[in-house]
Design a protein around this ligand. Structure first.
Ligand code: ME8
Length: 640
């Protein structure tokens, strides 16, 4: 039976399995997951497809490098992608692999149809092939003879192949975009596609001779050839909803939105719609394109050698905070810069301070003065009520347009307005004179927290489920307009403060926890910076005695704005260290830090104070961070 609910079908690119997942691939997938969750909450039925792209030269070469048969290799890497998604709270409805038998049948069926329609021909071709892109690049697209995306020289290939008559449909597609501009968005990418279409389109080479590549889907009309990897890959969007098996696929297809980054705009913005049209399929609703995540000004990618894995970030920040940061920080359509510093600032200010603290403070007062039960409400606060109503009516548009940074900023404005209301109403002192009024303030704050949690749930499903369950809210399923109505928090329900929802992150501890994000330069493409420091013999290095220590007291040294005098405990023994950290840390901030000290330095006098060692810190640009080992390491431990 077909459901009458409005449908939403969202896809991510299917990722190449030539190496592991990273922040960039995680981003698009979290985005699709979030969009699917919001659409469900908005009363639609959603289907979210992701998967892996497993054929082609690039994969065959990666498998060969590791001495594995292609299938063995793709099974291993595809599994890594599949296993990562639950860790990122990503729940696809289907994980498609281009090596799935059902997908292969769809590809062959569509190829056969185009062949019968006369949209393919056999001919000779000579061109410049970039294996990184898995496509021929035109001379014009190259920069200094190299692929602009991969920095490699494409290979000149001359061979007989099958071609798809793309040029036949160039004018049709141009007219379609002009009549339906929202089909490619944001506008800058639509303009880019229109730019491609202003030049004459070359026909697309859609085969590879088996004499050169066997790792692909065989052409149904010539067994000496396999199909070109993009032709195979793009069709996943149809096989993923079971095209060819019954008729449920059509209703999903009519509501399809593809999410991609700008690197694969041409195959999605030119080849794909023309393939669809030639094979008599309707066109997707939207091709929605985002920018790149960069790290130190270069695109994060599998081949860049940059720190790119999500695992260390999940370990240190937790999955909900990672999802929040990625969606909050990128302005959709533009590039964004990834840095641990930006992440900490965002988490500490928005999540730990604004949201987490509000929850703790409200729950604590309800615990102290109302027996841990949400008090009765008398009247909503007008400002909070209005802001929540505006959020309820505006958010669906921001979701539809992928304005995630705007949506999150508005939710945080609402949280900050609630903090101001809490501060100015001072319920901790109001309880002394008017319990009913104090109870009403706390009810309003609890209700605002509930509404914020509902609106943040698709982005931080783990922590928002926890927040809501700590206030006795059933969380199986929300429906936006009813769940966002003011006044649903239940008076009398238990409110449990519990541990901090988002513990504050100690910035100073991060260089030790995430060293890969702090090392000076890990770009494998650029030569290692020349060291000015003479090379050390290992024996010289062994002479250093590095020990963990805890700072027990700290004070400024008069007359110096750079130095602090520290008393440290190195496992029972006390030492005094004079350290040049005063411009970065106050004495209070240093106390309690578990630091690394060079313990066998000859004592020296600095500004009249004896210094019996040195502490280790990381310095870059205008920043300095003392290496903080964390409380688990006992003072006096030797560091090797
Ligand atoms: O292109 N910033 O696969 P792929 C943002 N198999 N997003 C990024 C990113 C970054 N630094 N790096 C990667 C392919 N992505 C083909 C697709 S689809 C029919 C076939 C994300 O593994 C982004 O979504 O190279 C980008 O479009 C995609 O990964 C490319 O993944």
């Amino acid at each position: 039976m077909t459901s009458l609910m409005k449908k939403y079908y969202v896809t991510t690119p299917i990722y190449y399995v030539n190496s592991d997942p990273h922040i960039g691939t995680a981003y698009t997938t979290i985005l699709a997951d979030t969009a699917a969750r919001y659409h469900k909450m908005l009363g639609e039925e959603s289907f979210f497809l992701t998967g892996t792209d497993e054929h082609g030269d690039k994969i065959a070469q990666s498998a060969a490098k590791r001495g594995l048969a292609p299938k063995e290799f793709v099974d291993q890497i595809s599994e890594k992608f599949r296993a990562l998604w639950p860790q990122l709270l990503v729940r696809p409805d289907r994980f498609i692999r281009t090596t799935d038998e059902q997908h292969k049948l769809v590809v062959q069926q569509v190829l056969q149809r185009l062949h019968e329609k006369g949209d393919t021909y056999f001919g000779e071709y000579e061109g410049l092939y970039c294996t990184g892109c898995e496509r021929f690049r035109t001379e014009k697209e190259l920069v200094d003879g190299k692929c602009p995306d991969h920095g490699t020289e494409p290979e000149r290939i001359k061979e007989s192949n099958y071609f798809f008559r793309m040029s036949r449909y160039q004018q049709w597609w141009l007219d379609y975009i002009n009549a339906n501009p929202e089909v490619i968005r944001p506008e800058r990418y639509r303009n880019e596609v229109l730019g491609f279409l202003r030049e004459p389109l070359e026909d697309l080479c859609i085969s590879r001779p088996k004499s050169r590549l066997t790792w692909g889907i065989e052409l149904p009309f010539d067994k000496n050839y396999v199909t070109y990897v993009w032709f195979d890959a793009l069709l996943n969007y149809l096989s993923g909803i079971d095209y060819g098996d019954g008729d449920t696929w059509g209703a999903w297809w009519a509501e399809c939105e593809h999410l991609i980054a700008k690197d694969i705009l041409k195959p999605h913005g030119v080849y794909w719609p023309i393939m669809l049209h030639a094979a008599d399929f309707p066109i997707f609703q939207h091709l929605t394109v985002h920018g790149y995540w960069n790290f130190r000004d270069a695109k994060i990618s599998k081949s860049s050698g940059k720190p790119v894995g999500t695992e260390p970030l999940l370990r240190v920040f937790g999955v909900d905070a990672v999802r929040y940061f990625l969606l909050r920080e990128m302005v959709f359509g533009l590039d964004a810069s990834f840095s641990v510093d930006a992440m900490v600032k965002r988490i500490n200010s928005d999540l730990a301070n604004d949201l987490g603290n509000l929850f703790s403070r409200v729950a604590k007062l309800i615990g102290d003065f109302f027996g841990g039960k949400i008090p009765p409400s008398c009247a909503p606060d007008t400002e909070l009520l209005n802001v929540s109503r505006k959020l309820m009516s505006d958010a669906p548009d921001w979701v539809a347009e992928h304005k995630w940074n705007v949506l999150l900023e508005e939710v945080m404005q609402f949280v900050r307005a609630t903090n101001r209301y809490f501060e100015s109403s001072a319920p901790w002192s109001l309880v002394k004179s008017d319990m009913v009024a104090a109870g009403n303030v706390l009810y309003n704050c609890a209700e605002a927290l509930r509404i914020a949690a509902v609106s943040l749930h698709p982005i931080m499903p783990g922590k928002m489920t926890e927040l809501l369950s700590r206030m006795g809210e059933p969380i199986e399923k929300f429906e936006w307009t009813s769940a966002m109505k003011w006044g649903l928090a239940r008076s009398g329900a238990a409110m449990q403060k519990g541990d901090a929802l988002f513990p504050r992150i100690d910035e100073a501890a991060l260089p030790a926890l995430l060293p890969e994000f702090y090392t000076a330069q890990t770009d494998s493409k650029s030569p290692a910076p020349k060291s000015e420091v003479p090379l050390l013999d290992i024996e010289d290095f062994r002479k250093l005695e590095l020990r963990s220590a805890v700072v027990t007291a700290a004070e400024k040294i008069s007359g110096s704005d750079k130095l602090l005098k520290l008393q440290v405990d190195i496992g029972g023994a006390q030492r005094q260290i004079v350290a040049g950290v005063a411009q970065y840390y106050s004495p209070e901030q240093m106390i309690g830090k578990h630091i690394v000290v060079v313990a066998n330095l000859k004592p020296a006098k600095l500004r009249g104070e004896i210094s019996e060692g040195m502490l280790l810190a990381v310095k870059w640009d205008n920043e300095l961070q003392v290496i903080n080992l964390g409380e688990a390491v006992p003072p006096g431990s030797s560091i090797s």
